[in-house]
Write a protein that binds this ligand. Structure first.
Ligand SMILES: *Cc1c(COP(=O)(O)O)cnc(C)c1O
Length: 389
């Protein structure tokens, strides 16, 4: 098997599993309990919070554990809207956000929020001038993702943060793809809220955090006990929390080497596809993109068929986001960068890990060439095209 879907989820690293295991079997106490067993759990969560805070240049009491990226996004948007709606009801986001942000925005629109969805250019970069123009006296939040999960484009965080700070508007970023892949300093970038998720950086599924700058007024998202300083109730997921911290430690430790390796493989695969497969277009920014992201549109091809045929060869890939697969709607991200429907349908996302090899890239290109040829030979549109050449 060749696994090239690390933007959908990653393998839990063995050292992460090892760090978590004792918190299932030995230190299973409730972190809120008084006795020694409970304090072992409590100690582990305190340490984890410190580790995670340090990776962002934040303070430990600014890290709030959640059940993952989707919850963090929901919490950031809904709770800021609730806490600041007396100041205004206008939120600015982008057209290429993850559905955890976009569908939350749609929900908030039904609650009375006004949302501006910023355009992106053909590389998937948000329009900063449009952002400045969109700001109004009643704007309470700007939410722009750090890096896109489909096309890998990295947004100009520094510039967006500066604009937000200049206008005194809160800035949230969905950093689920970026966290663990790129160095991030929340204070330097003027980020007030940041979402991260464990399973995108070789940690466990069902755990994540929301960084909340201490100046932000925000209410509890899950009501109940006093966990997470009264802002997110529920018995702490101690093994998950320990796993999240172990995953972050690992990711930051290997970041430089992993990035170098992935960029080399990424650019090798991109250049081979561009040279050897006609009518293939690279989506996303050529340079400002995640080290592990490759996204192509193949004209005259259905993305779904491509995925099925790759799967038959043992290659795991994706077309658009996992949430979009299973529906026939083309990806909102590819439409936002200006691809026509037929090209958006024929897209393929390959996302690497540090475990992938050059031999695997060669196999993928060879298989892709055969599959693309075969699918095109079955397309009447392709035949017409050949006739008209
Ligand atoms: C995966 C992902 C999410 C959702 O995170 P979960 O932990 O799976 O809920 C949100 N945003 C982006 C950009 C993602 O890639």
């Amino acid at each position: 098997m060749i696994y090239l879907d690390n933007a959908a989820t990653t393998k839990t690293a063995p050292e992460v599993v090892e760090a978590m295991l004792p918190y299932f079997t030995e230190y299973y106490g409730n972190a809120s309990s008084i006795y020694k067993l409970g304090s072992e759990s409590k100690k582990a969560t305190i340490e984890a919070r410190e580790i995670l805070a340090e990776t962002l240049g934040a303070e430990p009491n600014e890290i709030y554990f959640t059940a993952g990226g989707s919850e963090s996004d929901n919490w950031a948007l809904k709770a800021v809207y609730e806490a600041y709606r007396n100041k205004g009801n206008h939120i600015i986001t982008s057209k290429i956000e993850h559905h955890a942000v976009l569908h939350t925005c749609e929900y908030l629109e039904k609650q009375g929020a006004e949302i501006t969805y910023l355009d992106v250019d053909e590389n998937g970069v948000v329009d900063l001038e449009q952002l400045e123009r969109a700001i109004r006296p009643d704007t309470i939040l700007i939410s722009v993702m750090y890096a896109n999960n489909e096309i890998g484009t990295i947004q100009p965080m520094q510039e967006i943060g500066k604009i937000a700070a200049k206008h005194g508007i809160l800035f949230h970023t969905d950093a689920v793809q970026a966290y663990g892949q790129l160095p991030i300093d929340v204070k330097e970038l003027h980020i007030d809220l940041l979402s991260a998720s464990g399973h995108k950086l070789n940690g466990p599924k069902g755990i994540g955090f929301l960084y909340i700058d201490k100046k932000v007024r925000i209410r509890s998202f899950i009501h109940g006990g006093q966990q997470e300083r009264g802002r997110r109730a529920g018995t702490e997921n101690v093994p998950g929390i320990v796993g999240m911290a172990a995953a972050a430690q690992r990711a930051f430790r290997i970041m430089e080497e992993k990035t170098r390796k992935e960029i080399k493989l990424r650019d090798y695969l991109i250049s081979r596809i561009q040279k050897e497969i006609p009518y293939a277009k690279l989506n996303g920014h050529p340079v400002k993109r995640l080290p592990n992201n490759i996204n192509f549109s193949f004209e005259y091809i259905e993305g779904e068929s491509l995925l099925i045929m790759l799967d038959m060869k043992g290659i795991c890939a994706s077309s658009g986001s996992a949430c979009t697969s299973g529906t026939l709607d083309p990806s909102h991200v590819l439409l936002a960068i200006g691809l026509p429907h037929e090209k958006a349908h024929g897209s393929l996302r390959l996302t690497l890990s540090e475990e992938n090899t050059r031999e695997e890239m060669d196999t993928v290109v060879e298989e892709l060439k055969v599959i693309v040829d075969r699918l095109r030979s079955m397309s009447p549109l392709w035949e017409d095209k050949l006739k008209n050449l």
